[in-house]
Design a protein around this ligand. Structure first.
Ligand code: COA
Length: 187
């Protein structure tokens, strides 16, 4: 499997982006129907809701297979917020005591089951964090949130420095300060 979307000269990937994989904005022509992450709810979101939500609720980015019309992985970003009490303990510096602070939510992320072992998870999270950093540059925000679907997913995010914010009900929310992303990307 070779890198499907060679980086454009205007959008150079950070050094740690896995080997040239680059996600592009979801289009109606992308074959969402065949995507299988092994998590039916995630696949259904991509198939039925991602395009409908595009722009007003969230933005979805897909990594395509070079040789065939196939989605190898995708992630969805949305705007969110968190309280200083929730995220403050994970920040290197003291945060202003506003009721809510801006954050980017990685609302969905998954790779095709057939791409297991190809480093796609890593490529997806780095690409997503790169875009989160852009949000921070344009509008300012505290960091990145993710609601892990299960313990396995939480372990994946922790691998990249996300800290658990505690769980309520089924929710496993994790957080990464924006300040940390730079270090991670240029590691
Ligand atoms: C979570 C998911 C994206 C990980 O993708 P992947 O292709 O297995 O990840 P990679 O092979 O790129 O692994 C990247 C790194 O994360 C580590 N990793 C992968 N899964 C992990 C886990 N569950 N816990 C801890 N570390 C994990 C790998 O060991 C690797 O570490 P390394 O760079 O030190 O070698 C993938 O399992 C997936 O799409 N699952 C189904 C959908 C899902 O659960 N999404 C999360 C919803 S919240």
């Amino acid at each position: 499997m070779s890198p499907p979307n060679p980086p454009q000269s205007s959008e150079k990937p950070p050094p740690n982006t896995a080997d040239g994989f680059l996600a592009v904005p979801l289009l109606p022509s992308h074959p969402t129907r065949d995507f299988d992450s092994g998590e039916p709810e995630l696949d259904e979101f991509l198939r039925r809701y991602a395009l409908k939500n595009e722009g007003t609720v969230s933005r979805t980015f897909v990594m395509l297979d070079e040789g065939q019309p196939r989605i190898l992985g995708f992630y969805t970003l949305a705007v969110a917020s968190a309280t200083p009490a929730e995220v403050g303990p994970h920040h290197p510096k003291r945060l202003p005591n506003y009721q809510q602070l801006g954050a980017v939510l990685i609302a969905r992320l998954g790779r095709h089951i057939s791409a297991k072992g190809a480093g796609l998870g890593r490529a997806l999270i780095f690409d997503a964090l790169k875009r989160c950093r852009q949000v921070g540059v344009l509008a300012g925000c505290a960091g990145v949130l993710v609601d892990a679907k299960h313990e396995r997913a939480a372990g994946f995010y922790e691998r990249y420095g996300f800290a658990r914010l505690g769980s309520s009900g089924e929710r496993r929310r994790l957080y990464l300060p924006l300040a940390t992303i730079e270090r991670l990307l240029h590691g």
